[in-house]
Design a protein around this ligand. Structure first.
Ligand SMILES: Nc1ncnc2c1ncn2[C@@H]1O[C@H](COP(=O)(O)OP(=O)(O)OP(=O)(O)O)[C@@H](O)[C@H]1O
Length: 723
């Protein structure tokens, strides 16, 4: 629609109001519906203009307080979206159900202009007050739309281009509107199509996050049309209570169930409380089969209308114990409306479940941790560097039920005088390096929460005595103070050293050790875990999600998933990981950064309106892994001495002697050549090229070896690969 003079704008709206022929065919239908409401219901006059209205501070505070939980949940989604559009001058508003902007992301440098234009915190965009706007029309219709320049009813706003999508709460009520606006936009309305897709996708993710946050004690079933998106960016979700009945849905979830049931989605209330088997050929007993320990392609649900979706079931986050007594013993909180799931071989709270991927030893350790979580007992976590001690401490805090903060301090990283003032705080004028107002210490900051003392073995002796006093008296005395303050803290400490040795050498106080390790959790090094590859898969899923949430707008329509080549898989599995999970995580971050441009998978995602297109698969190969890994793999497979590790300062226990058993003999490849070759072929699923790459020889050499060593024995190599 070309830009108009104010007079032409008034004439067009008046003519439309009276039913005369206009340019209306060039306007979006949602815009015309809003114009109709403005004229007929709100009795607005297009000749009367009105500056954007910002509500007074006190009123804004009330609205923000009312929307606080939603703002919290939406915030990270908003920030991701804002980052995607960085440099394009978009402004993001989250408006509440009354049309008032309760959250805002935009350039502070433009604050004056944005405020004047109403693209600011506190702006009120209700349709009956401001005429047709994206927020107002979205609230009135419940649908996403673009209101571009002269689409605005009030000519005052005719420079703006605004795109909005609704966010529904779990009861199907329109809870908020996400709006993406530009002060100055290109004339073409089509320029905002991508903004529309982005804002719809962001609103869907906020709804998913909201459902997840509010359904901690229920099963959550997430759906996608394609298995590739299922675990990274599902389309819809529903929650299911302990009796296998639908408890809540995202908007897309309500649409899907309504379609299956053959009802209008506006009747979604009738879906609540219905058993799952009314919609799918499965009931609550089948939910554990849809968890992520099976490949996404296998997690298929058949709907009663004959359609098929891929599903991902997530068990309740908080364990629901068999009895209140068991709940207390396990230290797990149950909400008032939690029902014991009918199935549920429930084990760990989700936050602890995420720390392992199937290793039985660590699973047992985490079960113990779950029982200790809500006790106030001090816990000492031991384990090699990077084994995940801080992760475990945070998880313990999260399922402890303690409402205060998790405060972490690394005792090895801070010089003694600073460490003392950091921990204990100081009064004004006490400490020359301090601020004139004095400062609260970290011990006080952890009041009601958890104090995590990392590398406690490195705490200076003078401070060990002071800490002991805090632990025995539950009081802290800031530097320069004469009176102690009572504190309620739970202490978790960690060390990569064996503290008993430090006690024996006189470096660590025995009485403090007794205070700190009422319970001890020893995290195994990664090389001793049997779930390395499963952890790799999990981290790759996370990295895919992060990529999808943060990459640029042009690519945003195509979610990406990282996968591994067989060679990379073997290398990752056979490496001894002296830096444990930290090294593994960094290695995968490195590999995903280096991994070449992804290629398209065969899946074409159907729901274009949700901002998706072709699924992209990015395969991590051996050459994308850090050189240390490549060298280590080549040396171990070719019988070379592994120098890379022995030259570093890794703990002796991390030496390659601890490599996974199936690869231990690989260094002496020629000792049992036929058996080794057969094993390697099996591991590479018969892919001769992969075997050749691993051994650093060409494919014809492998084919010759197969002929020579294996002869007519049945060999499962990939005969269909190109020769
Ligand atoms: N369960 C986990 N899942 C995924 N990544 C993890 C996990 N645990 C640890 N990591 C990775 O390892 C890094 C180090 O974790 P963490 O700080 O908990 O280890 P740590 O044992 O406390 O290390 P240090 O002894 O050096 O302080 C994390 O930043 C993360 O990248």
């Amino acid at each position: 629609m070309p830009s108009q003079s104010h007079t032409a704008h008034i004439q067009e709206i008046e003519a439309f109001g009276q039913g005369y022929p206009t340019h209306a065919h060039e306007r979006d239908r949602a815009v015309l519906s809003s114009w109709r409401r403005c004229i007929d219901h709100h009795q607005l006059d297009p000749a009367q203009t009105c500056e954007a209205y910002i509500v007074p501070e006190g009123q804004l505070r009330v609205h923000r307080e009312e929307s606080e939980p939603l703002i919290r949940i939406a915030r990270s989604g908003l920030e991701h979206l804002y980052q995607q559009l960085k440099g394009l001058d978009y402004v993001l508003l989250l408006a509440d159900r009354h049309g008032i902007a309760v959250d805002f992301l935009g350039h502070e440098a433009q604050a004056q202009d944005l405020r004047q234009a109403g693209l600011y915190l506190g702006a009120e965009w209700r349709e009956d007050r401001a005429g047709t706007s994206a927020v107002g029309a979205c609230l009135a219709s419940g649908d996403a739309l673009v209101v571009h320049q002269s689409d605005h009813f009030d000519f005052t706003h005719s420079q703006l281009s605004c795109t909005a999508a609704p966010i529904y709460d779990l009861h199907g009520e329109l809870a908020a509107v996400l709006d993406l606006s530009l002060l100055q936009a290109p004339k073409e309305r089509a320029s905002q199509s991508l903004a529309l897709n982005l804002v719809i996708a962001a609103a869907r993710r906020v709804e998913l996050a909201n459902l997840m946050a509010q359904s901690r004690s229920d099963w959550v079933l997430r759906f996608a049309q394609s298995p590739d998106f299922l675990d990274v960016d599902p389309d819809a979700a529903i929650s299911i209570d302990g009796r296998g009945r639908i408890r809540a849905m995202t908007h897309a979830g309500a649409h899907s169930l309504s379609t299956i049931a053959g009802i209008d989605w506006r009747q979604r209330h009738s879906l609540i409380g219905q058993p799952l088997e009314h919609f799918f050929d499965c009931d609550a007993c089948h939910l554990p089969e849809l968890r992520r320990n099976r490949a996404a392609q296998e997690r298929i649900l058949r709907a009663r209308d004959g359609s098929i979706v891929f599903a991902h079931a997530m068990e309740p986050q908080r364990t629901v114990p068999r009895s209140p007594r068991a709940a207390t013993q396990a230290g797990l909180n149950t909400g008032p409306n939690e029902h014991p799931p009918t199935t549920a071989p429930l084990t760990l709270p989700n936050v602890l479940e995420t720390l392992h991927a199937g290793d039985t030893a660590i699973h047992a350790l985490l079960l113990k941790a779950a029982k200790l979580a809500a006790q106030k007992l001090p816990i000492l976590i031991q384990g090699e560097t990077g084994a995940g001690k801080e992760y475990l401490a945070r998880a313990l805090h999260q399922c402890s039920g303690r409402t205060g903060a998790f405060i972490a301090i690394n005792c090895a990283a801070i010089p003694e005088p600073l460490l003392e003032s950091e921990l204990f705080g100081y009064l004004p004028g006490t400490w020359t390096g301090g601020t004139s107002k004095g400062r609260h210490g970290l011990i006080e900051a952890a009041h009601g929460g958890t104090l995590f003392l990392d590398e406690i073995g490195d705490m200076p002796q003078g401070l060990q005595a002071k800490l002991l006093r805090v632990l025995s008296e539950s009081c802290v005395t800031p530097l320069g103070a004469h009176e102690a303050k009572p504190v309620d803290i739970r202490v978790i400490s960690a060390s990569h050293r064996t503290l008993a040795h430090s006690v024996a050498s006189g470096e660590f106080r025995q009485d403090l050790l007794y205070r700190l390790n009422a319970a001890e959790l020893v995290l195994p090094p990664l090389r001793q875990r049997s779930d390395v590859l499963a952890m790799v898969e999990r981290l790759l899923t996370q990295l895919s999600e992060q990529h999808n949430a943060s990459h640029t707008d042009a690519q945003a329509a195509q979610p990406l998933h990282y996968t591994l080549s067989e060679a990379a898989r073997i290398a990752l599995q056979s490496y001894p990981w002296p830096g444990n999970l930290r090294e593994l995580h960094n290695c995968l971050r490195y590999a995903t950064a280096l991994c070449d441009a992804p290629c398209c998978s065969p899946y074409w995602h159907q729901d274009q309106a949700l901002g998706k297109g072709l699924a992209l698969m990015a395969t991590i190969d051996l050459q994308h892994l850090p050189e240390t890994l490549q060298m280590s793999t080549a040396q171990s497979l070719n019988g070379g001495k592994v120098v890379a590790h022995s030259e570093t300062t890794y703990p002796t226990s991390a030496q390659p002697s601890a490599w996974p058993r199936h690869l231990e003999g690989r260094a002496s490849f020629s000792a049992q050549p036929a058996q080794e070759l057969e094993q390697l072929l099996a591991q590479c699923q018969g892919n001769v090229s992969e075997v050749a790459r691993i051994l650093g020889v060409n494919r014809s050499t492998i084919h010759r070896r197969i002929q020579r060593l294996l002869g007519s024995r049945q060999v499962h190599w990939n005969r269909s690969e190109p020769h």
